[in-house]
Ligand binder design. Sequence first.
Ligand SMILES: [Zn+2]
Length: 255
Amino acid sequence: MDIYMIILFFMIGTIFGSFYHVVGYRLPKGESIVNPKHSYCPNCGKQLAWYELIPIVSYVIQFGKCRNCHHTISIFYPFIEFVTGLLFAVCYYSFGISYDLIIALTLVSLFSIVIVSDLNYMIIPNEVIFACAFIILVVNFFNLGIKDGFLQLGSGLITFLVMYLIMLLGSFLFKREALGGADVKLMLIAGLVLHPVLGIFVIFIASCIALPVSILIYLISKEHMIPFGPFLVAGILLLFLLKIDMNTLVQLFKF
Ligand SMILES: [Zn+2]
């Protein structure tokens, strides 16, 4: 495994992470995501020069402050850039150059955008979910062939439908929304990359990750409304990265 390639994937990931922050932050507000002229300080509105847009590096050099108004820049920016870079590197390390790498990178992209948009607005833009689903669908057909490509599409639809029914049942029983509509749409992605049974297993994994993280966030910030979307995508990504299939699951429950 070439260490230079891993570093390269990390660097590419930080650039994508920077873009995903823009997407997750602006798309729910209906702002442009493609016009680079519109990169500005959220406090004073000053447009940023190219050297203020270098992922992580700019933040460190400027000591986390805007050069114009000295307003503190959220640590969230370099955090998303770093996490995306790290996950890009991990994906390359796990899959090498392959179809699975494209799927893994698509899941990481979804993860980064969902963290930003769901934490800021409790919204996951439909465009993002459907764009990811489309990319995965196309890669599946190239990777698996027509027949298995359609099987995987069926798996996505089944996982989505099961979750939709669970959501309806939950709303009926508890008289309140147990799962958000966006969470159900994310399950389409789960089914497209995993076996449908594993798709449902994602909810269990996501809950296992969400519980300690939610407690931690509550202890630090007293925030108790924490969106479930990022944990769902984290669960999908984790199962995909660990290459867990039905056999592994069966073995796991034998003991
Ligand atoms: Zn500023």
